[in-house]
Structure formats: structure tokens, C-alpha cells
Design a protein around this ligand. Structure first.
Ligand SMILES: NC(=O)c1ccc[n+]([C@@H]2O[C@H](COP(=O)([O-])OP(=O)(O)OC[C@H]3O[C@@H](n4cnc5c(N)ncnc54)[C@H](O)[C@@H]3O)[C@@H](O)[C@H]2O)c1
Length: 345
């Protein structure tokens, strides 16, 4: 049995890769062994941290053997990078989306499952204690039967965000880039989504990608959900602005999701539980109970989970297959927006 901190490498030291690197450096259960990224800035970072630097994962696996790899490269490279890890039997934590299409993500997940090598998806929000507390309350029946779910992703991205051409083209857009996190959380909290309806619009910016979408979600449980998405409205209602997870965004005290049950409703992220204590009736007073939880950085907890999975002491909080199943819902939403019909997931 291996002991000591788990040796991790990070492939892709860009925006999110650098945050993973910070978490690994700060994590007592992990040690950073290498950075894999051809960019000169990544070489400089590796040098400053005193770790090895490689141009590619194949270069790394030919010379070095960490115990796991965090893959934070562009979406289009996730499958090739994941398979490079698998060929060296290295567990991988791959950023979301697992791949840029469902078939490729499925190939990847099945290859890891066949080999018995752990694959995790970087839907880090599930690691937030607030979300885990919400799930525990839903699972223990505090809300009764879940009937209705509502979610908002409304914010405004600045014009220069779209200077990068790929962000204007099909394959980007807030449904694929942002809503995937929300859908993953709603699946975690309320179970599988089996069918969707959707409409989308690009009327404000006029790019190939949508700037706004409206979605109906049919859950396997029979619950119905609605989700409104726009990255071109000035508004405080998004997980990004309300959760306080990422200090780069200003924080508002609003909610972004409401989960409605026969015994009560939960506003997220405040964890305000609303119910009628005296009688289940609109004539009876409604009360609010604020559930408490301890704030912890979900990215840090995600790295700790990856380490525990590698050492065989925990199961993945978000497996590769869960990442695939979330991606299937997003693909169905895109199909539904194009066809105008209800689409099975
Ligand atoms: N979980 C989250 O909240 C979150 C946030 C942002 C991005 N992401 C995801 O993380 C991934 C990276 O996004 P980003 O915004 O950090 O991108 P980025 O462009 O800032 O960084 C990507 C890095 O990968 C490097 N790279 C390119 N090809 C490589 C290769 N073959 N091998 C190794 N490195 C290579 C680039 O040089 C760059 O440094 C994407 O899949 C994105 O969807 C997730």
C-alpha cells in the first residue's frame, strides 16, 4: 500500500488549471509532481514551483509516473489526454465537459471502466458542503415529494469575452459552457432528467451561439423543472453570483435555484427552507428556517476526493459516468432547441 501524499500532475495550466495547482500545493494529502502544458508560461510556473515540466502527457508518462493526473486542457483535448493517462493506467480527474460530444465522452468513460482505472469529472460544485447539505435534506424527506424545480443563470458577459472566436461559434455558448454546471447540480439534487424541451435566441449579440435559452426539464421522478439562461442580462441571479464560490465574482444575497416539495421549498444557496408550520394551506402563515452549513472550497474538497479515490478509501463524488450523463442532458437541450420538439435524454 502506497503511503505519503498522493503524487499528482496537472495537464493544462490555464485559468482553471492554475487553481487546481494552487489547491494541490495547499492540500496536505497531495503533492504536485509535474505540469504538462506546452506554453512557456507553464514552464515558468513549473520552474517557480520546483516541479517537472513536460510538453505532453506522452512525454510525461515516458519519464515519470505520478499517481493521478488532473486534466484542465481545452475541451477538444480531453479525450486524447484522458486516453494518454489510461494507456499508463493513471487515474484522471477531467474538467467539465468530459468531452466536446457525447459519443467521445462515452468512449472515454467505457475505456476507463473496462480497465478499472478511476475517472472523475470536474463538476466541483457537488463538493460544496452547502450542496451536500441540500441533498441530505432532500434525501431525508424534509421537502416531502419534489414537485417543481426552478433555476436561473442570468448574468452579463463583457463584449471582450467574445474576442476569442471560438466563444462566438457553435460548440460554445452559455448552455454548453455554464448551464452544464447547473444541470449537474440539479441531477445530483433531484435525480435523473429524462426529457427536455427548449428554445434559444441570439437576438442581442447576433452570434452563432445563443445568448438566451428557456428550458423545461422532465425528471425521472415526475418532477418538472424550468431553467432560464442568459449571459446578456444585468442581473444578480446565478450560482456564480450567489454561491460565493469564486471570489472573482461579486456576491449577491439572492437565490439561484428553488426546489419545491409537498412539505416545503428550499432556496439555494441560502438554504432557506420555507414551509407552513401549522397547516399546508396558502391561508396559513409561511415560515422560513435558514439551515446552516460550513463553507469550504469545493475545488479543495475535489482534490481531496481524488486523492482518496486513488488510495482506494473513497468513491468518486462525480464519476466519469456522471459527467457523461450530465453531458447527455446538455446535448438533448441543444437538440430540443434546434428541433422545437421534446427530446429524450
Ligand atoms: N470547473 C470549472 O468551473 C471550470 C472553469 C473554467 C474552465 N473549466 C474547464 O477547464 C478546461 C480549461 O479551461 P481554461 O479556461 O482553464 O482554458 P485555458 O485556455 O485558460 O487553459 C488551457 C491550457 O491548456 C494548455 N494546453 C493546450 N493544449 C495542451 C495539451 N495538449 N497538453 C497540455 N496542455 C495543453 C494551454 O496552453 C493552456 O495553458 C476546459 O475544459 C473548461 O471547460 C472548468
Amino acid at each position: 500500500m502506497t503511503s505519503g501524499p498522493v503524487q499528482l500532475a496537472v495537464a493544462g495550466a490555464g485559468l482553471i488549471g492554475r487553481r487546481h495547482i494552487e489547491q494541490i500545493v495547499a492540500c496536505p494529502e497531495a503533492v504536485l509532481t509535474a505540469i504538462v502544458d506546452p506554453a512557456p508560461a507553464a514552464r515558468d510556473l513549473a520552474q517557480s514551483l520546483g516541479v517537472r515540466w513536460f510538453l505532453s502527457l506522452d512525454d510525461m508518462t515516458a519519464q515519470d509516473r505520478p499517481e493521478g493526473v488532473v486534466i484542465a486542457t481545452p475541451n477538444q483535448m480531453h479525450v486524447a489526454n484522458g486516453l494518454a493517462c489510461l494507456s499508463a493506467l493513471l487515474p484522471a480527474l477531467i474538467e467539465k465537459p468530459l468531452a466536446d460530444d457525447v459519443a467521445a465522452a462515452q468512449t472515454l468513460v467505457e475505456a476507463f471502466e473496462r480497465a478499472g482505472v478511476p475517472l472523475l469529472t470536474g463538476h466541483h460544485r457537488r463538493h460544496n458542503p452547502m450542496i451536500q447539505h441540500a441533498k441530505a435534506e432532500i434525501d431525508n424527506g424534509r421537502l416531502g415529494r419534489i414537485v417543481a424545480i426552478n433555476g436561473l443563470f442570468w448574468l452579463i458577459k463583457p463584449n471582450d469575452y467574445f474576442d476569442a472566436a471560438w466563444r462566438r461559434e457553435t460548440g460554445a455558448g452559455p448552455v454548453l459552457i455554464n448551464l452544464i454546471h447547473d444541470i449537474d447540480l440539479l441531477r445530483f439534487l433531484c435525480g435523473d432528467i429524462v426529457a427536455v424541451q427548449a428554445a434559444q435566441s441570439s437576438r442581442v449579440r447576433g452570434y452563432a451561439v445563443e445568448d438566451t435559452a428557456a428550458i423545461i426539464l422532465h425528471f425521472a421522478s415526475g418532477a418538472l423543472g424550468t431553467f432560464s439562461v442568459s449571459d446578456t442580462v444585468q442581473a444578480p441571479w446565478s450560482y456564480e453570483f450567489t454561491s460565493g464560490e469564486n471570489p472573482a465574482y461579486s456576491r449577491t444575497q439572492e437565490s439561484c435555484y428553488q426546489i419545491g416539495g409537498t412539505q416545503g421549498s428550499l432556496a439555494i444557496p441560502q438554504l432557506d427552507l420555507w414551509h407552513h408550520p401549522d397547516a399546508a394551506s396558502w391561508w396559513s402563515p409561511i415560515a422560513r428556517e435558514r439551515l446552516s452549513y460550513e463553507m469550504q472550497d469545493p475545488l479543495a474538497r475535489q482534490i481531496a476526493n481524488f486523492c482518496a479515490v486513488i488510495r482506494g478509501t473513497a468513491a468518486p463524488i462525480v464519476s466519469g459516468r456522471e459527467g457523461l450523463n450530465t453531458l447527455r442532458v446538455i446535448a438533448a437541450i441543444k437538440r430540443a432547441a434546434a428541433s422545437g420538439a421534446s427530446e429524450q435524454v
